[in-house]
Design a protein around this ligand. Sequence first.
Ligand code: OXD
Ligand code: MN
Length: 596
Amino acid sequence: MTQNQQILDFVAKYQALMNPDKVVWIDGSKAQKNALTEEAIETGEVLKLNNKLLPGCLYHRTAINDVARVENRTFICSQDKTNAGPTNNWMDPQEAYAKLDAIAKDCMVGRTMYVIPFSMGKIGSPFAKYGIELTDSIYVVLNMIIMTRVSDKVLDKIGESGTFVRGIHSKVKLEEANRYICQFPEDNTIYSLNSGYGGNVLLGKKCFALRIASYQGWKEGWMAEHMLILGIQKPDGDTKYVAAAFPSACGKTNLAMLIPPDCYTSKGYKVFTVGDDIAWIRKGRGGKLYAVNPENGFFGVAPGTNIKSNPNALISTQKNTIFTNVLYNPKTNTVWWEGLDKNPPAEAIDWKGNPWTPNTVDANGVKVKGAHPNSRFTAPAKNCPCISPEFESRTGVPLTAIIFGGRRAKAAPLVYESFNWKHGVFVGAIMASETTAAAAGAVGVVRHDPMAMLPFCGYHMGDYFQHWLNIGAKVKKNAPRIFNVNWFRTDANGNFIWPGYGDNMRVLDWILKRCENAVDAKETAIGYVPNSADIELDGLDFSTKDLETILDVDKTTWTAESEDIEKFFEKFGDRLPAELKNQLTALKRRVKKISN
Ligand code: OXD
Ligand code: MN
């Protein structure tokens, strides 16, 4: 397959350690993919779904102890502990390699080792970065073929540059106690053992395109971010691009694929999806920031996805898609999940493989979910009806705005704009959000999640903040404007106040108008907040008064918030940029002046 000695040495080293019966090089061809699919169907690793209703679609269940990213078992293995920073788990690289090698020894006996050459970003484009993942899972191979650009051409490209990210994955025995997701940023290496869940094992995604790439970007002067990218085409045909960072399972896929309300579509507005999870951003033509989506598919959360909430995502999953941990309907040989529709199958098999009916309850009488809350679809990006014509762009799309957003029942207003780039970096750094099922652990707990990168930043987060400030200084007046949104404010009964989904277009519209200096705003302690009359409410049963309740900036809440930020910032010690300390002091001063 290749004469590149570095690649051959890498494969040989882990072949010798893990001792597979066979080594298969993945070439990206249809014929090989089909043969592997047939093999996985035969062994039961995947199930072929109804070819009429879901052509080319497969179903898979992971082990029940292995359904989400495991942040407490994820490590940044930098030579110097302080370089991993206070927000990452750290392991000494020598110790980590020794520990992982011991676990991996002979783990592929009786198995095949697949060698996957893949590209993050369009092969040969200025943004592209290459990797090789070794794995003993056909499920991983089939997912990687959807999520990245898998091709033997990558081997030639690596030959030219000589550098690639080394990914080693084995299911080993799927033991929780020996599950490790280790990143070695200084070695361009990822080592993932004892898991079969996407976020831990599709090494191109979180491990490479965020953890390793954020480190590469820091060293090379660009950024790898946990952001969707979308384009809004206005009636005059001009398209503006926006990137938005939200923590996992907070609606990035829904926002990326939104369908605007009638009052916009009737005027000719259209939304195009460039990416739903990861953006690589760098300075380009005209001194502006440009973004690409380095992925080739969507690894989306299934529950809650339906023909109303996100028709584009649902349509994307109707062919050549892999469903993981959703409910299986044996009668129709199809799948179902909570929130798909109001017609669950009368008898089915739940995500754990147990018989299920809509009335199944557990020992405590609580209804059993058919699909795991973090069940997923892996769908090719090209299936998406609103995929952007710029999806394959080699140079990316110019960013007009960057949006940060968390899931906050209180505190953050529906939308506000930062005063400038430096303040915008502060706004990103103080992001907090309620935890979701995308990561193992408690759900609904508010935690600080700067720029939605808490689980994904491959180096010291204080240095990461400084990197953001440096990038702003590089693009100066051409910097995108920075905003914060919160779709998740709740009323006294815990119900969401803002309708969200397609109606978020109304907020994006305000954001674009701000970027064009076409609308005024109220200067508040935390930033510029819309005048309620400037958010389009046409066609919505939502009064200006309702809007005001979610645009308020409350003194007591923000006083508590500032104290909490201060505590969080203390973690970073002297690696917290002075600029952010000054921003906090200024925020506190402004909050004090809020009149009740
Ligand atoms: C994801 C995640 O899968 O953030 O995108 O967990
Ligand atoms: Mn994500």
